[in-house]
Design a protein around this ligand. Structure first.
Ligand code: FAD
Ligand code: FES
Length: 284
């Protein structure tokens, strides 16, 4: 079945929100699930978190940040266009219980992935304290949605262009020092950010879950592309995760593996951009 784009909105610099027709996925998805998307028949498969769904409309919401060729290609699509395929829901849903007080930490586009977790935590009667951050004000996303679903919201920007200047670990550190009784921390964002959160909470023995973003290809545990080391053991993020106990993650290996194709990704992006320019100038 075709996955038509019903709506597309630019929500920040290089970040777009898509509402996509996918009735079966909309019915089944839970917080923490993702889909594997192929924009057109020549595109690679990329994993994207299901941010929201509307069962009546038969649609899911995806939020995409342009970082390389595939995400740029996707963000060049418009309402009315069709995606080659959208497969899911994939991955284990997030562990949500009535823990008491949960802190939801979202960095950059990770805020799109933390929003469904904050909503599900609220629906399970937790007190939700959220912290969201971005490099700069123009990159901050979902402030209103996070405010609506949180009992308390802290906002930081790396450059101080909006709200508090700093990193997401700064308000988290303050909450811990103030003696707030935190039962669980969920943290999603760039790898160094998730590692910093893990290092902060570990000495206090605060249960911390992170959503890992290794390179994924099939999303079904068959290709091995997404293997990660958890507590010294190999795990596949697509079928065993993508969420894991932050204190057991081998971040060094993960960061090294995610850089493995940096040169190829750079060449691929340059080629894509040159093609776009040529198309714009009517050369192809
Ligand atoms: C479970 C999961 C959920 C995600 N959810 C979102 C989301 O909601 N919104 C969003 O904008 N991004 C999300 N991502 C990241 C997104 O998949 C990557 O940004 C995208 O695949 C990059 O592809 P590219 O060709 O544009 O960039 P490339 O130039 O190919 O790569 C740029 C960087 O992205 C990472 N990457 C590349 N290919 C993949 C791949 N196939 N799988 C995972 N990471 C890759 C690598 O670290 C790489 O260095 C998610 C990743 C995972 C694993
Ligand atoms: S993406 Fe292939 S094994 Fe996980």
């Amino acid at each position: 079945m075709a996955n038509r784009i019903l709506d597309k909105t630019a929500i920040a610099d290089d970040i777009c929100r898509f509402i996509i027709e996918a009735p079966k996925i909309a019915k089944k998805r839970k917080a923490g699930n993702f889909v594997i998307v192929r924009a057109n028949e020549y595109a690679e498969r990329i994993p994207l978190t299901i941010v929201d769904s509307d069962i009546e409309r038969g649609s899911i919401t995806l939020i995409v940040q342009s970082v390389g060729k595939s995400t740029r290609l996707l963000n060049s699509f418009c309402a009315g266009d069709e995606l080659a395929d959208v497969i899911g829901p994939l991955g284990h849903p997030t562990l949500i219980e009535s823990f008491g007080t949960v802190v939801c930490v979202g960095g950059g586009v990770g805020t799109a992935e933390i929003l469904p977790i904050a909503r599900a935590s609220r629906a399970s009667d937790n007190q939700v304290i959220s912290i969201i951050g971005a490099r700069t004000k123009n990159r901050l996303i979902l402030e209103d949605e996070m405010r609506e679903t949180s009992d308390e919201l802290h906002i930081v920007t790396d450059d101080g262009s909006y709200e508090r200047q700093g990193l997401v670990v700064d308000p988290l550190s303050d909450l811990i020092v103030q003696g707030i009784d935190i039962d669980v921390v969920y943290a999603i964002g760039p790898m160094p950010m998730m590692r910093a959160v893990a290092e902060l909470t570990e000495p206090y023995n605060i249960k911390t879950l992170v959503s890992l973003n290794p390179v994924m290809i099939d999303g079904t545990g068959m290709c091995g592309g997404c293997r990660v080391v958890i507590d010294g053991k190999t795990r596949f993020a697509c079928v065993d995760g993508p969420e894991f106990d932050a204190h057991q993650v081998d971040f060094d290996t993960l960061i090294r593996r995610n850089r493995a194709y940096a040169q190829e990704e750079k060449v691929s992006l340059e080629r894509f951009e040159n093609e776009q320019v040529a198309r714009f100038e009517g050369l192809v």
